[in-house]
Design a protein around this ligand. Structure first.
Ligand code: 26V
Length: 835
């Protein structure tokens, strides 16, 4: 698609997509000032003098909001009128990041707003610092959802994102003596200027109870669900503005509230305390984002959350988005419900229940519709991450849904038998119901049976999903499996996060790249221009200074001049192998302090880690402790001063990512091959001109293919080699025995050098590596260290490094989430843009 340039103001008459604004503040500095002061006085109730930065931030945000409002209302009306096919994105997580700058950018107001604030004597940067990012996601999966709704709006595709308005998002991470301590993320404490509550559109969500058979007026046997209790789902709407196209889509997040009837019943019984308890119970549902990432725990509240938001969302769509008298057999032409991992899969039996029990459709007709209305994206390969719900729990919480799942499974297995005969092994393997270790529902299987398409999130991942995780399903449903490689929004992660590079790119090739990222290709020739290279290098240097300023204020940390910035930021998980990076750090440190390598021969590096561990993930927390412990020792040792530094700023989040990524020289993407479904951080770094050191895993494979082997530091076993080593019998201790560097590094950790002489503190890490090492850190160590030596050598030639960095930027346009959305539209959704 071709995008408008900043020369064309989105609401200005020159813009090709311009429609006259319905109402709203004038798009001028004066108009902005007037509206800002009106909001400050009438919405916040304070005068300019004597207003706090927070008041000003709110009034400012409201002014941006007001400006988008006319378009938002218009687009909601048009969506209803057009009745065009819409993407309903169902996701338990949206990791939105700060909204202010994004919404300014999308509406083309940044310059006007900055001037307007200056006219009021306000530095817009003081307002920016007031914003608290909504951390309503754990990591890649939630951030992907946020990138996708940005692209959908920018491409004018009808879309509503649905999710949960958690009162507490992902925990705030602090370190106490180097160990992670979690603090609640009370992001709503001061309110949010970006949300619009709609209590009038609340929905009642039932739970528990039992089912009954009855004979309807036509003499047919039907089932009804008699729930035991219910909860109110209150929607909060958020604007999702497209980039300079005047489009504003909606993100609708649900908040749980006790229902009045529930309260009243208990109140009438005179039990005040019980009534309050009931309220707390209901409101718990949207209280907190589960910080577990990758290992589902089968917790009841989690299933309640899932059903709560999915039932509210599907009901909302069916009741409010369809024209009167809509013929439900045409539903697949009106909507695709995209399942972001298995978290919303309970929506499958929910749609069946609504169609059959409430709307009176026959089972077969309902199943035809349902199968066309869902599509499922899988985001993992780790078997322990595939969600299952015990039949016991499901039956207690959602008895009707369990019946429906059983029937879906019966009919599915009958079809399998018809095709393959009574192959009991195959039947057991394909059953939606697992029998061991306890009777449970395999949500990924349910999604695969119900979905029109199933996709993985990178080529390698989709291939493994098809051939290793769900091969029987692939055989049974030829053509159902497909790939859509992930992408990231260039608006947030290049245009906003890296204004220096953005300006340089735009000066060279124009601004069209912001909505057409393939145009970055045009930078290839500039890579040969020494003047451009110098300018590019200066942008990187200034991004490092900017990061230095942030870390100094935020964490009292210093990054040293002239250092290579080597960055590994992502959730802490053993499969991602932060330990491998740390072993390299320890090796560098040990080789200097032991005198085997002269400090002056070492390429100076600052290594930055950012990672949250799931609060219950003990090994991950130990690794965090060790990273901090190594950092304390290394940073305090004069023998490595100026050569090696380890920084671990706490509470890595989107806000910090936007500062870190543009400053990085080296991007660490070092998961064990076959474990990282895609990765999206890897794309953000490459697009910002960091070179990657990485394994052949996830989307790394595609990054390397695009940027070329000369511009990527590949190391480690490939996925087939990993399989092969497992098959042969992996003995990590042998790698320890046979590699001096590795032995020295591990021995140093085991010696207590990083724990004040106490050998017990990190002993579990050491013995895990030596005798278990599920993610083959030791097997890939020597290859990794060798690759890091190539990195050092390459970095020594700064001009050649810059050349490679520019080629990374130029060749990664593919990783725009606009391209990913285009692929979803072509392969799965078939939802054309509207206007
Ligand atoms: C599972 C659970 C289990 C219950 C508690 C909450 C929770 C949250 C997330 C998950 C699944 C994690 C799956 C995930 O985040 N996958 C990541 O998805 C990214 C976007 O596709 C991809 O780039 C990463 O490689 C993949 O790990």
């Amino acid at each position: 698609m071709t995008g408008p340039t900043s020369a064309h103001h989105p609401l200005g008459a020159t813009h090709p997509l311009a429609l006259a604004p319905v109402t709203g503040p004038a798009s001028s500095v004066d108009g902005f000032v007037r509206q800002f002061l009106r909001n400050l006085n009438y919405e916040r109730g304070v005068p300019l003098s004597g207003s706090s930065d927070n008041d000003r931030y709110f009034a400012f945000a409201m002014t941006v909001r007001d400006y988008l409002m006319a378009r938002w209302l218009e687009d909601q009306r048009r969506q209803y009128e057009l009745q065009a096919k819409s993407v309903v994105y169902l996701s338990a997580e949206y990791l939105l990041g700060p909204q202010l700058d994004n919404n300014l950018l999308a509406s083309g107001l940044t310059d006007i707003a900055t001037e307007a604030m200056a006219a009021c004597g306000i530095d817009i940067n003081d307002l920016r610092t007031q914003e608290i990012e909504p951390g309503l996601g754990n990591g890649g999966l939630g951030r992907l959802a946020a990138c996708f709704i940005d692209s959908l709006a920018t491409m004018s595709v009808p879309n509503t994102g649905y999710g949960i308005r958690y009162e507490y998002g992902i925990f705030r991470q602090t370190f106490v003596d180097g160990q992670q301590v979690e603090q609640p993320d009370s992001w709503l404490e001061l309110g949010s200027p970006w949300e619009f509550p709609h209590p009038e559109a609340s929905r009642t969500i039932p739970f528990g109870g039992h089912t009954e058979k009855y004979i309807d007026d036509d003499g047919a046997e039907r089932t009804r669900w008699v729930p035991a209790w219910n909860v109110q789902a209150v929607p909060f709407n958020y604007m999702v503005p497209g980039y300079l196209n005047g489009r504003v889509n909606t993100l609708r997040l649900w908040s749980a509230k006790a229902t009045n009837s529930f309260d009243l019943r208990v109140f009438n019984s005179g039990d005040y305390e019980e009534a309050v308890r009931a309220q707390t119970f209901a409101e718990n549902i949207s209280k907190v984002l589960y910080p577990e990432d990758s290992t589902p725990q089968g917790k009841e509240l989690r299933l309640q959350q899932q059903y709560f938001f999915v039932a509210a969302s599907i009901g909302d769509f069916l009741d409010n988005m369809l024209s009167d008298g809509f013929d439900l057999s045409a539903l697949p032409d009106r909507v695709i419900f995209q399942l972001n991992d298995t978290h919303p899969v309970i929506g499958v039996p929910e749609l069946m229940r609504v169609l059959v029990d409430e709307r009176g459709l026959e089972w077969d007709a309902a199943w035809q519709i349902t199968q066309k209305c869902f599509a499922y994206t899988c985001h993992t390969l780790l078997p322990e991450a595939l969600e299952v719900w015990s039949v016991d729990l499901l039956g207690r919480l959602l008895p009707r849904h369990l019946e429906i799942i059983y029937r879906i499974n019966d009919e599915f297995l009958a079809a399998v038998r018809e095709r393959f005969g009574d192959d009991e092994m195959r039947i057991r393997n394909m059953s939606i119901i697992a029998e061991f270790p306890e009777r449970s529902v395999r949500m990924a299987y349910l999604a695969t049976v119900a979905g029109s398409k199933v996709n993985g999130v990178a080529e390698l991942h989709s291939q493994l999903l098809r051939d290793k995780v769900l091969p029987d399903f692939n055989e049974f449903y030829p053509g159902k499996f497909t790939n859509v490689t992930n992408g990231v929004t260039p608006r947030r992660f290049l245009r906003l996060a890296n204004p220096g590079l953005s300006a340089l790119i735009s000066a060279a090739i124009g601004t069209g790249w912001v909505t057409d990222l393939d145009r970055l290709r045009e930078l290839e020739t500039y890579a040969e221009d020494p003047v451009f290279r110098a300018a590019f290098a200066e942008v990187k240097a200034s991004n490092k200074r900017r990061l230095g300023d942030v870390l100094r204020v935020r964490d009292g940390m210093e990054i040293s001049d002239g250092h290579m910035l080597d960055v590994m930021v992502k959730r802490l998980h053993e499969y991602k192998r932060q330990m491998l990076k740390l072993l390299h750090v320890v090796t560098q440190y040990e080789s200097i302090v032991s005198g085997r390598v002269a400090a002056s021969d070492v390429q100076p590096r600052t290594v930055i880690f950012g990672a949250k561990a799931a609060p219950g993930y003990v090994m991950a927390k130990r690794i965090i402790h060790l990273i901090n412990a190594v950092g304390s020792v290394v940073n305090a040792d004069p023998r490595v001063e100026g050569r090696l530094k380890v920084l671990f700023p706490p509470n890595y989040n989107v806000t910090l990512a936007e500062r870190l990524i543009p400053a990085a020289d080296l991007s660490e993407q070092i998961s064990l091959a076959g474990k990282e479904a895609s990765g999206t951080g890897n794309m953000k770094f490459a697009l910002n001109g960091a070179l990657t050191i990485g394994t052949d895993d996830g989307a790394n494979v595609e990054i390397r293919q695009l940027v070329g082997d000369d511009n990527f530091f590949l190391f480690g076993m490939s996925e087939p080699e990993v399989e092969d080593l497992w098959a042969r019998g992996y003995k990590p201790a042998e790698f320890y025995q046979n590699d001096d560097n590795l032995r020295h590094a591990i021995d140093l950790i085991a010696s207590g050098a990083f724990s004040g002489g106490d050998r017990s503190v990190f002993e579990p890490i050491v013995s895990n590596l030596l005798y278990d090492d599920r993610f083959m850190v030791l097997a890939d160590y020597s290859s990794y260290v060798a690759a890091q030596e190539r990195v050092d050598a390459a970095y020594a030639d700064q001009d050649a490094w810059t050349h490679a960095a520019i080629l990374n930027v130029a060749r990664c346009g593919f990783f725009s989430s606009d391209r990913a959305i285009r692929d979803y539209i072509d392969r799965i959704w078939h939802t054309p843009p509207t206007r």
